[in-house]
Design a protein around this ligand. Structure first.
Ligand code: CU
Length: 376
């Protein structure tokens, strides 16, 4: 008996701590309430259904156990023997029908809310790439990639894992509070899925198709999700990070982004020095290329070619630019023309031509990349 008691106590403690940590902890049994109207509606439907199920379970099993106990054989109970009771049949048809209608109504109202993507204040195009997200603010001329920021050293256990291991990106998606933001979601290569649990948004990102979802919240903060459609080697390394800013801060951020773009445009034409290109190139390589071609350009035999001594990397600059702009059709080597800026592409090419024993001693300028793009 005391053993049974211990087991029950252990189960109780497990459930109690799990539910207690549901709001903040990593390990929780219940779904999060989230911060949007939709996520609250979804949460409420979920809880309502669960309570109805619990009530039905308690009534049905309670009645069963009572009957088995109160009318047991040792008490001399005799089974009744009757057929076709009209009243009972009517009751057990009508009662479940009422319960089902009671469930259908809140479920349908919530679904209508989920799908109501009309009249947004802001439209953002979300594109899934292997293995990163691109965010484009439609009508604002702002577009950027959001890539994993966790270093290769952390990923391969060479240094201790940081606090936001695999849940941090180079640039989060930024949206304002109290505005209806519509997400137009699509894929560039394979099917991904854009998931932000706190918004109750989870939509497949399918090449050639747009799916849509929306969010409106009054709670600033950072909300983290992930890709939830198995999309290849680094599926687990394309987190979704959304930062919700107060409206004024958002517009300040937006203006900053535009100024950044203008400043950037003015640096395309300048002559970059070897040091500047090497520094920038190393940074770009670590974020955009090392996941496949590995930290020292050594690649992975049979999957990702080594860039050390590669005939393209040590060949004519033009061909080298070409492979980054065009990609290699049908392979994981995608086109970086829309993902990286001319400066980034020039820098990473320059870095590769002059690292890991590659010693080309020439220089690649952003203008070379721009010219290549325009000559196509
Ligand atoms: Cu994915």
């Amino acid at each position: 008996m005391s053993r049974l008691f211990k087991i029950i106590a252990a189960i109780y403690t497990f459930l109690a701590t799990s539910f207690a940590s549901a709001e903040s902890g990593f390990w929780s049994l219940n779904m999060p309430r989230g911060v949007t109207e939709v996520s609250n509606a979804v949460y409420d439907v979920h809880m309502l259904m669960m309570y109805i199920c619990i009530a039905i379970g308690v009534v049905v099993f309670g009645f069963m156990f009572y009957v088995m106990f109160a009318h047991r054989k040792s008490r001399g109970a005799k089974a009744a023997n009757f057929h076709e009771n009209f009243t009972v049949e009517v009751i057990w048809t009508i009662v479940p029908a009422i319960i089902l209608l009671g469930m259908a109504f809140p479920a349908t109202t919530s679904l209508l809310k989920v799908y109501d993507t009309d009249n947004p204040d802001i439209d953002i195009k979300v594109t899934g790439y292997q293995w990163k997200w691109q965010y484009e603010y439609l009508g604002e001329d702002i577009k950027f990639m959001s890539e994993l920021r966790t270093s290769q050293d952390e990923q391969y256990g060479r240094v201790p894992k940081g606090e936001h291991y695999l849940r941090e990106v180079t640039q989060p998606l930024v949206i304002p509070t109290n505005k209806k933001v519509r997400f137009l979601i699509t894929g560039n290569d394979v099917i991904h899925s854009w998931w932000v649990p706190d918004f109750a948004v989870k939509k497949d990102a399918i090449p050639g198709l747009f799916t849509s979802a929306w969010a409106k919240t009054d709670q600033p903060g950072v909300y983290v999700g992930a890709c939830t459609e198995l999309c290849g080697k680094d599926h687990s390394r394309m987190p979704v990070v959304v930062e919700v800013k107060e409206e004024a801060d958002y517009y300040e951020w937006l203006a900053g982004k535009k100024a950044e773009a203008a400043l950037y445009a003015s640096t395309i034409g300048k002559d970059w020095s070897n040091d500047e290109l090497m520094q920038k190139g190393k940074e770009v390589y670590g974020i955009s290329c090392a996941g496949c071609h590995q930290a020292q350009g050594e690649g992975i035999a049979g999957i990702f070619p080594s860039l050390v001594g590669s005939s393209i990397v040590t060949g004519p600059i033009e061909d080298h630019i070409g492979i980054l702009i065009n990609g290699v059709a049908g392979s994981a080597m995608q086109s970086f023309a829309d993902q990286l800026s001319e400066v980034d592409i020039a820098a990473v090419i320059h870095y590769k031509r002059n690292s890991w024993g590659n010693d080309m001693n020439d220089i690649v300028q952003p203008l070379d990349v721009l010219n290549y793009k325009q000559s196509r």
